[in-house]
Design a protein around this ligand. Sequence first.
Ligand code: GLY
Ligand code: MN
Ligand code: MN
Length: 522
Amino acid sequence: MVVESTYDGGVNVSEKQHKADHRSRPTGAAFRTFMGSHWAPRSTELPELTEAARYAATRREAVSAAFPGERLVVPAGGLKIRSNDTDYVFRPHSAFAHLTGLGVDREPDSVLVLEPVIAADGTPAGHEAVLYFLPLADRDSEEFFADSRVGEFWVGSRPTLSSAAAELGLATRHLDQFADAIGKDAGPGGLSVRMVREADREVTMLVDQVRGQVGLTQDEQATTAVQLADEAFSRALSTLRLVKDDWEVRQMEEAVAATATAFDAVVEQLPEAVRRGRGERWVEGVFGLHARHTGNGVGYDSICAAGEHATTLHWNRNTGELSRGDLLLVDAGVETDSLFTADVTRTLPVDGTFTPAQRQVYDAVLAAQEAGLAAARPGNRFKDIHAAAIKVIAEHLLAWGLLPDGVTLEQTLDAEEGQFHRRWMVHGTSHHLGIDVHDCALALREDYVEGELREGMVLTVEPGLYFKSDDLLVPEELRGIGVRIEDDVVITADGCRNLSQMLPRTAEEVESWVRSGGVRQS
Ligand code: GLY
Ligand code: MN
Ligand code: MN
């Protein structure tokens, strides 16, 4: 496959569109000259190196040291069609964003290559970072005015090779040079090439072709040495994100601060959501308005779950009513333009007062969260947070007589034979958080679940209890109550810092927040 051919007319590498027959487009030479002339000169001023790019360079050094002498390929991925000729807002692959510092909308179809540098004595001497991308087209090109997917008339200006190089502090080349560059000295017996396979199907096909990975069955493909090497590479990039640098922590602080503002607005709008009907959608919209205004948008589809809907863990249809007397569970996070997302849950009494049954459940979840937060410190393992929180959940369920007859706390906490309490909290208490809401997903169990907590890790602590309305094991007054409390923390030298601590959390604080229309006390 020749990569240049897929760029004909600006058609995206990963998803081609059929041209619509009913459209006509002027093609005459005079028209083209007319369109391309009499424009003021473009600025030649170069941007400054961004702070994000400086941190990305340090991350690339770690990758370079881990894979000496190998060519390393990290695609951004392509635009994804939403319908016909309408694309989703572009979001680069997380590994690409992490290693370039590029955020929302940048740069579709581009590929970061870490090109091995070999010293005079033949030993590896680091890597040169090269970004292959589609630079701003000249005004005499058809793309300039006629390409609705990438043309300047349609989607705005793009960086030039030199402006991207200045902004990012790496070498830049036109994407049409990528196919030749990737094949150079590669192939069976040649330079080893590894790639992030899952980011861009067409780039993967091209790199596989270069490495002689063609004509294999799917089963064969999954087990070849190059595929396994690719997997190890993707895993290494995901694992690298387990510990956040200072800049990443600042992005998380911004994401959480914006999320807190959006939550205030939601609380302020609760009466309006009740009044309008279809209140869950109103809540989703209010949060989304603030997310879009302060950041790129929401980091995942907001869960706005009133009443019984709160017992569905990922209720994001958000089609329900809000009624006085209900609890509303809102699990939502603002994603910054740099693509870091918060992930916060608050469970709110719609009319400002928990009923005794709601309060009973709320306080149990809060106690579990306190235990989880206390366990979030260096010296502990990631899994200790869940162990601490779920023990408190199990203790409450035992005290309320919900566990099977005769089952002790030790028995239900037994990993193999017990776990009865999980009927009411089936999910884990924590996950890593960052560019992906469930960050570092490819890290091995030994590095993630079994891994020691280290300063700079960013995690959620989010226990819950969910009593479905048709659960016959549960007393009637608890049925239809779902509570989750979720905060985002960064591990510090001797504990953790709760990034979302500005949001009310105890039952009294939450009641007063709702009663005051979204004004936080403190
Ligand atoms: N919002 C999904 C989660 O809490 O993991
Ligand atoms: Mn979460
Ligand atoms: Mn969440």
